[in-house]
Design a protein around this ligand. Structure first.
Ligand code: XIL
Length: 345
């Protein structure tokens, strides 16, 4: 039977996964490494390229795990989505506390960001296919104020101009890498209140950046969905991709998983109760994948982990408990979502 990567290749589409380096190196869990290599033609470090992982202590870099991912990709003839250069989460403590106590000034913070981007992008120059340069810079309607705005640490301390700066610094360090803006809740267009549509806000941001000559090449749509929200609409997903490509940008689904609420006492499995959720999860994977397949500007479809054994979902969404978000179950048996993806490919 053919792998996802082989099937994707026939369409020129990379099928990727996020990789947890600790699990990849765990000799007691060999199936993880096997599947990461055999099923995917693109990999992303789930955490190893985040700032807190790379520079836990100011000035001393921990390249080990990130280098290992790059070596793994090379061994297995895989492309790499670099994730992530600028984000408000998983920043090193020395940086956030330095800003909080005033020992790092605004000017120094900007210089530190430039140095970080330049250092990381230069180290992997020529090896990264797509970089997530800026991640999750835009608020959601449930944030305060509810009107969409640039949120988080970087906007607060540097103002929204950091976004253009980040893309320029990244381009200077590796002119060939494709530079992406990455976010969630931009998978569909036309789904809600038009005045508060995050897809439209990100579109306006990208159009502005392009107009100013800022080197942005693509928009990454994360794709963290949940079956409790129903099925995504194929036409609205296609419309979002088309809006972005209309600006001359590539697109990609970058972190797809489709979680479900876990009823008390019910474990993952194919029980009658769980069955409809597995179907709904598969259906949402399929909506995103088919939209990507139908759009020649959509370059890759990456899942955020491929097995329920090692998914961020149960640890992150615990009230109520959620899980079952990936395409293989906890025993590495392919789920409906996996079969559905294959059928689509
Ligand atoms: C998540 C990782 O999967 C977790 O292991 C970590 O504890 C927190 O971050 N959006 C992103 C990813 O861009 O980097 C996040 O990854 C998931 C949400």
């Amino acid at each position: 039977e053919q792998s996802l990567r082989t099937l994707g290749q026939r369409h020129g589409l990379h099928i990727g996964t996020a990789v947890d380096l600790a699990v990849l190196n765990d000799p007691a869990d060999p199936r993880y490494r096997q599947l990461a290599a055999s099923e995917f033609s693109s990999v992303t470090a789930e955490n190893a390229m985040k700032w807190e992982s790379l520079e836990p202590t100011r000035g001393s870099y921990n390249w080990g795990p990130a280098d290992e991912l790059v070596a793994f990709a090379r061994q297995n003839n895989q492309s790499i989505r670099g994730h992530v250069l600028v984000w408000h989460n998983q920043l090193p403590g020395w940086l956030t506390s330095g800003v909080a106590d005033g020992s790092i000034s605004k000017e120094e913070l900007r210089a530190l960001l430039k140095k970080h981007i330049t250092t990381v992008v230069s180290r992997y120059k020529g090896k990264i296919w797509q970089w997530d340069v800026v991640n999750e810079a835009v608020s959601d309607p449930w944030d305060n104020p509810p009107t969409l705005h640039y949120k988080g640490f970087w906007a607060q301390h540097l103002g929204p101009g950091y976004i253009a700066d980040a893309f320029r610094w990244a381009r200077a360090a590796d002119p060939k890498a494709l530079l992406f803006y990455n976010d969630y809740n931009i998978e569909a267009f036309g789904s809600g209140d038009p005045a508060n549509d995050k897809t439209q806000f990100v579109y306006d941001m990208a159009r502005q950046l392009r107009a100013e000559g800022v080197p942005i090449d693509g928009i990454g749509s994360q794709g963290h969905l949940g079956t409790q929200y129903g099925n995504y609409d194929t036409l609205q997903v296609a419309a979002a991709l088309k809006k972005f490509s209309g600006l001359g940008l590539a697109t990609a689904f970058t972190e797809v998983d489709v979680r479900s609420q876990l009823t008390e006492g019910v474990q993952a499995g194919d029980s009658a109760e769980i069955n409809p959720r597995l179907q709904a999860s598969a259906a949402n994977f399929s909506v995103l994948l088919r939209a990507c397949l139908a759009d020649r500007h959509c370059l890759s479809f990456t899942v955020w982990g491929f097995t329920d054994k090692h998914s961020w979902v149960p640890g992150w969404f615990s009230d109520p408990p959620e899980g079952m978000a990936t395409i293989y179950d906890e025993n590495y048996l392919p789920k409906r979502a996996y079969h559905e993806m294959k059928a689509d490919l």
